[in-house]
Ligand binder design. Structure first.
Ligand SMILES: Nc1ncnc2c1ncn2[C@@H]1O[C@H](COP(=O)(O)OP(=O)(O)OP(=O)(O)O)[C@@H](O)[C@H]1O
Length: 211
């Protein structure tokens, strides 16, 4: 599904993450690593937000050579999302839906299941952190992504919202074959949502083999 070739991301002289040649098969993955190990660096690189050396290919589509096609297939929700405060949730949904070629009305079932209808037409500057987090998670499901990356999806949302999120992920995986990369310091509920583990250790990505 996702292939890294000669990947290297440095901040100044500091080589934060190096992945010589690594392929991730389709599925749901939990990315583990201590603070500062490079989880956000990895997700932002795959999302095309950070510049890096080498290449990343999604089902053979290169982020460097086919950036428009690639970005339509990869969605990303940041750990602490920031949006222009004067825009409403619905305006942001419409923007993302257009950019991602989302089917008309795709957002409605997400708004209903996450209980967001009461505030989606208000400016995001009035949202609590949990309301903002739910909006950013919804945006990551718009379109027809082959890969959805959620950075710290469990923070700030309540228990009921967490169950809804697990359902969104399971449904998306089952119905559309979408893969997921989830970064979380909290333990995922493997009974509800089975996931494989990837480990970032010593500035590189490894298949988890136990601690
Ligand atoms: N903009 C930046 N400039 C310089 N160094 C950076 C920058 N962003 C990250 N780093 C460094 O890169 C390394 C990886 O950071 P990153 O944020 O990817 O880690 P993380 O695993 O997501 O951490 P956490 O679990 O604390 O969120 C750290 O050593 C960090 O200091």
């Amino acid at each position: 599904m996702l292939r890294f070739t000669n990947f290297k991301k440095s901040y100044g002289n500091y080589p934060a993450l190096t992945i010589a040649d690594f392929t991730i098969a389709e599925g749901i993955y939990w990315i583990k690593g201590v603070n500062g190990s490079g989880k956000s660096t990895l997700l932002k690189s795959i999302a095309g937000i950070l510049a890096f050396e080498g290449d990343i290919l999604l089902d053979g589509i290169s982020i460097k050579k086919q950036p428009v096609d690639y970005r339509k297939l990869v969605n990303f929700a940041e750990a602490e999302p920031l949006f222009p405060e004067f825009l409403t949730g619905r305006e942001l949904i419409n923007l993302f839906a257009a950019a991602k070629d989302a089917p008309a009305g795709q957002e409605q079932s997400y708004l209903d299941s996450m209980g967001m209808n009461a505030y989606v037409d208000k400016p995001v500057g009035t949202y609590s952190s949990g309301m903002l987090k739910k909006l950013s998670l919804l945006l990551a499901f718009l379109g027809k992504p082959k890969l959805i990356m959620l950075d710290e999806p469990l923070i700030t949302i309540d228990t009921a919202a967490l169950e809804v999120l697990y359902q969104w992920i399971s449904n998306q995986r089952r119905e559309h074959g979408t893969s997921f990369l989830l970064s979380s310091h909290q333990t995922l509920d493997f009974d509800v949502m089975p996931a494989s583990i990837l480990h970032i250790h010593e500035q590189t990505l490894k298949t988890f083999v136990g601690e």
